[in-house]
Design a protein. Structure first.
Length: 345
């Protein structure tokens, strides 16, 4: 791998969001609604409600809770970690929830408060991102946490790299550009490290990085335009978010280079899955926010009721019917033809 960091001018980075079941689904005859026991009360702590990924995750939480006769209260932190911690502290004091499903704003920052909740007898499941300091792992890091349902950031970097390798096949040299969501996020470095480790074995690939895409379509389009001017021979353009991929595709099409540059994304929104089918995107790393909401809630309720075996963690990619990467080939399989993505994008 030859590496050249070509950072184009862009706006300041901001924080953003970017098979086989491991447990039997749905309630048994012994659930709370059937036995007359108190209904399980779930607090869904989310980073920001005005987000399509959060909305899909909440839908999964609510749908699974309804099967068990459980209630769900959604608490929107508006992407402020202090707000989320305050919400958690209030919930510990009031004891109004039997279980928490937590999409953390910052998994490191909320760890101590989550530990306090567990000590207070509240069931906690981490959803979408882990809680703790090791961002590369989805294994539990807070003692007593019930389960973690997420996709490791390193896995995402690895699969983006594998798609780059496929896109660079028979091209030597192959100029591949990676557009991060935000260099300010520690999770981005985990992704880049995993990506670089794979690319290192392919001497034909010259890996560049562009300016941040900020998880925004307009910012990504501007950064892609600057990058194509700085690196005229771009062959592959990859990014870890569908919002940014839409901006890159627009820049590539405006430049009339859609037949020359392969664009790789991560997220598999309904829109980008269709773009893979029609060839506008070369590949898209799978994300399953609805399914993560379903399994996080199922495990939380099972733990409250003392039912079934709850795994300590679940890699949501194991739930994908098409494997980790959406391509024309994987979307053409028996299961792939029915895969449409789990959220609007």
């Amino acid at each position: 791998m030859r590496v050249n960091r070509a950072i184009a001018t862009s706006v300041l980075a901001v924080m953003a969001l970017s098979v086989t079941a491991c447990s039997s689904g749905g309630p048994s005859a012994g659930d709370a609604s059937d036995t007359g026991e108190d209904v399980v009360r779930i607090g869904f702590f989310n980073p920001i409600g005005a987000n399509v990924v959060t909305a899909a995750n909440l839908k999964g939480v609510e749908d699974e809770a309804a099967k068990w006769g459980a209630t769900v209260t959604s608490l929107d932190a508006n992407f402020d970690q202090a707000t989320q911690i305050s919400q958690m502290q209030d919930a510990i004091a009031s004891q109004q929830y039997d279980a928490w499903v937590v999409m953390p704003v910052n998994g490191v920052a909320v760890a101590d408060t989550v530990k306090q909740a567990i000590e207070a007898g509240i069931v906690v499941v981490a959803d979408w991102n882990n809680i703790g300091s090791d961002l590369a792992s989805i294994e539990p890091q807070v003692e007593g946490i019930t389960s973690v349902v997420a996709q490791p950031f390193g896995d995402q970097g690895q699969y983006i790299a594998e798609a780059i390798v496929s896109g660079c096949e028979d091209i030597d040299p192959c100029d591949a550009v990676y557009m991060p969501g935000s260099f300010n996020q520690r999770s981005e470095q985990v992704r880049i490290d995993a990506l670089s480790a794979v690319i290192a074995d392919y001497p034909n690939i010259v890996l560049h990085t562009s300016a941040d895409g900020n998880f925004e379509t307009a910012a990504a389009q501007a950064a892609a335009n600057d990058t194509m001017l700085a690196i005229p021979g771009v062959d592959v353009f990859a990014t870890p978010g569908d919002q940014m991929a839409l901006g890159i595709v627009s820049a590539v099409e405006d430049a009339g280079r859609q037949d020359e540059i392969k664009v790789i994304s991560a997220g598999t929104s309904e829109k980008t899955v269709q773009m893979v089918r029609d060839g506008s995107l070369f590949a898209d790393i799978v994300a399953l926010p609805y399914s993560e909401g379903v399994y996080s809630t199922r495990y939380a309720i099972q733990a409250v009721l003392g039912e079934g075996d709850v795994p300590p963690f679940l890699n949501s990619l194991d739930l994908s019917p098409i494997g980790p990467i959406a391509t024309k080939e994987t979307l053409s399989t028996g299961d792939g033809v029915d895969f449409v993505g789990e959220y609007e994008g």
